[in-house]
Design a protein around this ligand. Sequence first.
Ligand code: 4AD
Ligand code: MG
Length: 477
Amino acid sequence: MNKKTRITRLLKSTPDGQIVTVKGWVRTFRNNQFIALNDGSTIVNLQVVVDRETLPEDILKRITPGAALIATGKLIESQGHGQAMELVAAEILITGDSNADTYPLQPKRHSLEFLRKNGHLRFRTQTFGAIFRIRHHLAYAIHKFFNDRGFFYLNTPIITGSDAEGAGEMFRLTTLDLNNVPKTDDGHVDYSNDFFAKETNLTVSGQLEAELGAMALSNVYTFGPTFRAENSNTTRHLAEFWMVEPEIAFSDLDDDMDLAENMLQYVIGYVLEHGKLDLEFLAKRLENEEKNKPQNERSFPLLEKLQGIIDDKFERITYTEAFNILRNSKPNKKGKFAYPVEEWGMDLQSEHERFLVEKKFKKPVIITDYPKGIKAFYMRMNDDGKTVAAMDILVPGIGELVGGSQREERLDVLHDRMKEMNIPIEEMQWYLDTRVYGSCPHAGFGLGFERLVLFVTGMTNIRDVIPFPRFPGSAEF
Ligand code: 4AD
Ligand code: MG
């Protein structure tokens, strides 16, 4: 798309009869006269006025919802209400027709479910246009945040021969003939004939490799696709999602939490500034969506919620404090939790997380120092021998948005933990070497990018904030 023709740019100019060209898709065509044209550069449609007296009848008939066209004419102050300017078309060139009878996106409100089924066309709706522009702004803001602070963007492998992270079930990768799998004498799959001559998977996290980078470049971050074959058919899980994972050398858990909090505040501030129109639209959408809900079930107005993230510090509590709050809470005493809070050491379920952020603190909460039994082997052991220097950031409406920790930098302690948790030490020598040669305290976290987009857009299903969602039973496109 030529920059000069973009609607977002025209909207910033003064309409004084200059000749311009716009290129986009017809949203609606009213009275055989007014085209609402959208080119994706902004949520705002440009009104293109055609002269039905002089425009050839056959062109007029081809201006239908979904059709692609190029219009050239004078940009003038709008004669009607509802828009500041309009283009009086002298020439219309239709580059792609759209059959009005079969085009799935009729000029009316469609359900998100319907649009998910028409995922190849949903980009052309206001809602999905807004979501994917916001997604872009967030991605850009993340890179900008880290770049401006001296972090290096490190690409960690997507195909991995290590399965030690233990963050989730992995997708196996092979070029072996699945109808004729070679076996060793003792009946196991013979990977020596496979492409990589070993068992390989799609990565669940770039963390362990990012740590290697941080042990030389000091501050690095990854931002890439990660894959989990968990059969979690929820509105918060995808089988393929994007994760942002910074890793910082010579840093502890407090530095890690500060980094995560600052990053969230920065990127949300950035979209509030650069994605204003889209966010205003999404805020309205959410309000409409929830207007039939009782007051106490409605979510906080979107823009105020986002501003609150910037204005207010996150709550920081330990797992033990959270556990005590939950154990003494009304819903727990009244038996309202599906998982009663009774025993210290239990994992927190989403009902517990939601109680803490939505009922108790009404803002993001960082929970630290989890029991070692429910966290990964690489998290630094605290002096009490029972908890690790972990942190999860929980946010209203979503639950866990960020998971991170200070890493165990002490070789002997790490070694013991790996043994205890049956992590294959021989295969992990490359990881342990960073502790053998020039180890240092370090920390990092993982942010689920789609969960961030969910939070910022006020959408409720994670499948609506990634262009092509992958989930159990579905890998369309
Ligand atoms: O908590 P997780 O599993 O942490 C890790 O993978 C660490 N290696 C991160 C690190 O310290 N570098 O995942 C991190 C985040 C979660 O907090 C969540 O936001 C998101 O990734 N996430 C998912 N998002 C969408 N679909 C899924 N199936 C997800 N699983 C985790
Ligand atoms: Mg986690």
